[in-house]
Design a protein around this ligand. Structure first.
Ligand SMILES: O=C(O)CCC(=O)C(=O)O
Ligand SMILES: [Fe+2]
Length: 275
């Protein structure tokens, strides 16, 4: 297994390994890479859907996302796709998957199935680096706060996707989600402090109105999206990305109109998160 950094802030590229054949020690080493670096892209894989599912189960449970279509024929696999004719993609703004759940998903394993001829990269941002960059004063303030998260404004009727050409594909519009989490969490494995608010799903600080919360949230969203905290995954046929939702944000670039892109995602169940 060969490992090299994707950027200064986070991410590693892993080569010379087949995920379908990893022994226990190699899997532990890969988990450590993901927990310490936030995201790993593993190149040149031949992972069938069955092998994708079997590999995901070695990380813990599978968290079936109620909103994404599962047209691949495997209920554990969500299809993240954009057709030649569609204009809106899935995950096109900075977000953390499942922060609206009481126990948010630990991460995801995303397999490239059909890629556009160019573009369609995924950006990741380090919430450990973003937190570290704050002043002691703001760190102390954020350490005491909790925030309310929901996906209702994204997936419910009248929400973000309902007004887009992804509406017909998504499911679960009747569901309501809400969770309250500390604004700064500790990574359950590395112990690193992480900023845990995101533009996709965080509504407001607990006990604050949305109007009061927005200026500070907007500051944190701008901070977290600074290039110095990012890395970029350029997908190739056979690429698989594994990311840690507690430690990162991500954003799927929507720069390939007229071309089809299909990814297979398995979401991994998490542990309770805490300050
Ligand atoms: O399509 C991608 O690159 C990522 C989309 C996304 O946000 C996700 O799968 O969670
Ligand atoms: Fe996502």
């Amino acid at each position: 297994m060969k490992v090299s950094p994707l950027s200064e802030a986070l991410g590693v590229e892993v080569t010379d390994v087949q995920l379908a054949e990893l022994d226990g020690a190699a899997l532990d080493a890969l988990k450590t890479q993901v927990f310490e670096n936030g995201i790993a892209v593993i190149r040149d894989q031949q992972l069938s859907p069955e092998q994708h599912i079997a590999f995901a189960k070695r990380w813990g449970g599978i968290d079936v996302n109620p909103f994404f279509p599962t047209n691949s024929g495997w209920p554990e696999i969500a299809e993240v796709r954009k057709a030649e004719t569609q204009r809106v993609n899935i995950g096109g703004g900075w977000h953390t998957d499942h922060s609206y759940d009481e126990i948010p998903a630990m991460g995801s394993i995303l397999v490239a199935r059909e890629l556009p001829p160019s573009g369609g990269d995924t950006l990741f941002a380090s919430m450990g680096a973003a937190y570290d960059s704050l002043s002691d004063g703001l760190k102390q303030t954020l350490d005491t706060l909790r925030a309310v998260h929901s996906a209702d404004h994204i997936y419910q009727p009248g929400g973000f996707y309902s007004k887009t050409d992804q509406a017909a594909e998504l499911t679960g519009q009747e569901l309501s989600t809400r969770a309250v989490h500390p604004v700064v969490i500790r990574h359950p494995v590395t112990g690193r402090k992480l900023l845990y608010v995101n533009a996709g799903f965080t509504l407001h600080f607990e006990g604050w109105t949305r109007e009061e919360s927005l200026p500070l949230l907007a500051y944190l969203y701008e901070l977290g999206a600074r290039e110095e905290f990012q890395c970029r995954v350029e997908w190739q046929p056979g690429s698989v990305a594994i990311w840690d939702n507690r430690a990162t944000w991500h954003l799927a670039m929507n720069d390939y109109h007229g071309h089809r892109r299909v990814m297979h995602r398995i979401t991994l169940t998490g542990d309770p998160i805490a300050a």
